[in-house]
Design a protein around this ligand. Structure first.
Ligand SMILES: C[S@@+](CC[C@H](N)C(=O)[O-])C[C@H]1O[C@@H](n2cnc3c(N)ncnc32)[C@H](O)[C@@H]1O
Length: 215
């Protein structure tokens, strides 16, 4: 009883912790320490994501893809797109991916700073399809979440595909916060329609595909 009331008192303060948590520093430290993007870009789960996306790009005749949060490049290695640009908040990840795919002229990488992404850069980076794969539940503070979502939808000329959880839940890990992002998209981007959701049946991970088409 006592523990429960303690939990109830502390739980609403969680958004404060998320505001104070430096997500960019967390990911930069993680990659510069030689750690990877996490279990979502390994094994059969990685293959499941790649198969869906490669088929989508092929079927919809997509000529350019922009990803927000490309990570260590393990997922990107399975991408078969005519032209791909990976954006990352971690400069170490951008450098590692640029080295790793130096011989692949279909793939380029650039640093993403939510505070700096606008105007000419945004127009230059526009793509037919914008991807966000297992990133939304890492956008823990509200300001970064909203700015990143706006940058993603403003950069897409045809489709946005989000692979994420879609329920509100704070977690003990400061770099993870689940969000019901579809409600936000519906309210903020009425020029996009949710045309398909594909359940992730491969593993019991908290992520499914959500496909948005520009009206
Ligand atoms: C779990 S990894 C996923 C990597 C890759 N998309 C994949 O599916 O393998 C999450 C990535 O999101 C990146 N990230 C975190 N906040 C971000 C933001 N505001 N904008 C873009 N990427 C972000 C992190 O640096 C990290 O590389």
């Amino acid at each position: 009883m006592r523990l429960l009331s303690l939990f109830e008192r502390t739980e609403p303060t969680r958004p404060l912790y998320y505001r104070l948590f430096d997500s960019t520093q967390y990911w930069e430290q993680r990659y510069s320490d030689g750690r990877d993007s996490g279990p979502g870009s390994r094994g059969g789960h990685r293959r499941f994501k790649a198969d869906f996306l490669n088929a989508f790009v092929n079927e919809h005749d997509i000529d350019s893809v922009l990803e927000f949060g490309c990570g260590d490049g393990d997922q990107v290695a399975l991408a078969e797109y005519p032209a791909y640009r990976g954006l990352e908040i971690s400069e170490s990840a951008v450098e590692a991916c640029s080295r790793r795919f130096a011989d692949d002229e279909t793939k380029t990488f650039a640093h993403y700073d939510p505070g700096e992404y606008h105007g000419e850069q945004r127009e230059r980076f526009e793509a037919e399809l914008v991807l966000s794969l297992e990133v939304v539940f890492h956008l823990v503070d509200d300001e970064t979440f909203e700015k990143t979502m706006h940058d993603m939808f403003a950069s897409a000329t045809r489709y946005v595909i989000v692979f994420s959880s879609n329920h509100d839940e704070t977690t003990p890990e400061l770099h993870v916060r689940h969000r019901r992002f579809t409600d936000y998209v519906e309210a903020a981007f009425p020029n996009f329609e949710l045309i398909e959701t594909v359940e992730n049946e491969y593993e019991s991970r908290h992520a499914d595909f959500y496909v948005y088409e520009k009206r």
